[in-house]
Design a protein around this ligand. Structure first.
Ligand SMILES: [Zn+2]
Length: 394
């Protein structure tokens, strides 16, 4: 199924922030908000206004700062006091969105809420109707059934719970994989069944967590079974192993031909700044933004890379570094796994032309140095020095 326009809703300022060792100050939240608007996400959840005074003030400030037409969500639990407080904070946005959450899984109902299923439905109806009564008819209300992904035993009930939310005034149904416990297709099939059940009565959104490292895969596939909104976070921040990673999700959708409004070139600068602000480093092998992901060291790969380096589709990469705003071009480095091509490529890049047989000698020397010194990488500068030592260079 070809998705309709997919909306990217960012939850870094809420789900991401609540899991930080040191939650952001107002100034920091403003900076993150501005990074998100530059990145051109479709919507932003700014906080959990009723949780504390800082959150309230920050949510209110960001709502006032919001660009025209960008949904600004505030999260609230399903009670009237919190809903009223949330509305007080986000009503100043050009397009505020009330977001109410309440558990729906059998496990949570039995062991956490300890109430009956019909009481759960009553609670949802009451909360959403109250929200509708204070926000007016034109403001969006999003209802999240917490632990939807774990609601396997009571899935029939879950459908009724979401329908009750829609009938009480919700326009967006958010389906969270609050804790990732099962394989992606289990969740994707549940989302499909829910979409088939509610049809066009509300929009379907997904919100997945990365406990098993499959949040991106799960969310991306949901776009192909009817989800119109995906909730994501910068640098994959969020509770435990984090939320669905924004960068991976948008690049995966883009590479599969989907049209997004994202300013892709802002990805890398944004990721670096968020890493600085949180003190959470980016892993070298992290997709899209990792330091080492455009380096090629093995001989076979180097040959393919050198032959396709100017093309947008590279032999051994799925997108170019510039596309995500990286200044570090694709690099070929030399180790004892590398081929002749690496040396030739590195020297030619510097305008040094070396005859074929000399390249071969240089290659053997570089490889021997690497092997003798604990298989270390030979830098470009060292290769140039070696080439000069052989009087090969101009
Ligand atoms: Zn979450």
């Amino acid at each position: 199924m070809k998705p309709k326009q997919i909306k990217i809703q960012d939850v870094t300022l809420r789900d991401g922030n609540q899991a930080l060792r040191k939650p952001w100050t107002l100034e920091e939240k403003i900076e993150v908000f501005d990074l998100l608007t530059e990145l051109r996400v479709d919507g932003i959840e700014v906080g959990f206004p009723s949780s504390n005074e800082t959150e309230f003030i920050a949510s209110k400030t960001l709502a006032r700062r919001a660009p025209v037409g960008i949904p600004i969500a505030g999260l609230s639990r399903a009670n009237e006091t919190e809903i009223a407080k949330t509305w007080e904070a986000i009503q100043y946005a050009n397009k505020p969105r009330m977001h109410i959450v309440y558990p729906v899984s059998d496990f949570s109902i039995r062991h956490v809420l300890k109430i009956s299923e019909s009481e759960v439905v009553q609670k949802i109806k009451k909360a959403v109707s109250f929200a509708r009564s204070i926000v007016g008819k034109d403001v969006e209300i999003q209802f999240s059934g917490e632990h939807f992904g774990d609601a396997i035993e009571n899935f029939a009930f879950t459908k009724e719970a979401f329908l009750a939310a829609i009938e009480a005034g919700a326009n967006i149904i958010n389906l969270p994989n609050t804790v990732e416990r099962y394989r992606p297709m289990v969740f994707v099939n549940m989302v499909k069944e829910m979409k088939d059940f509610i049809g066009d009565r509300a929009k379907v959104s997904v919100h997945t967590h990365n406990d098993l490292g499959m949040a991106t895969a799960t969310s991306v596939e949901c776009a192909y079974v009817g989800a119109e909104q995906i909730e994501v976070a910068l640098n994959g921040l969020g509770e435990r192993a984090g939320n669905t990673n924004l960068y991976e999700t948008v690049i995966a959708l883009h590479q599969n031909g989907e049209n997004l409004g994202i300013n892709f070139e802002r990805i890398y600068p944004t990721a670096k700044r968020i890493a600085e602000m949180t003190g959470i480093p980016i892993g070298e092998k992290t997709p899209i933004i990792g330091e080492d992901i455009f380096s090629h060291r093995s001989g076979i790969h180097q040959d393919g890379v050198a032959k396709t380096i100017k093309q947008s589709k590279g032999a051994y990469r799925t997108f170019s570094p510039e596309f995500v705003g990286r200044k570090d071009a694709e690099t070929i480095s030399f180790t004892n796994q590398s081929g002749h091509r690496a040396i030739q490529f590195l020297l030619e890049k510097r305008g040094i032309v070396v005859p074929g047989e000399e390249i071969h000698r240089l290659f053997e020397i570089a490889k021997t140095i690497s092997s003798n010194e604990n298989n270390r990488e030979i830098t470009e500068a060292e290769l140039v020095d070696l080439a000069r030592g052989f009087a090969l260079s101009p």
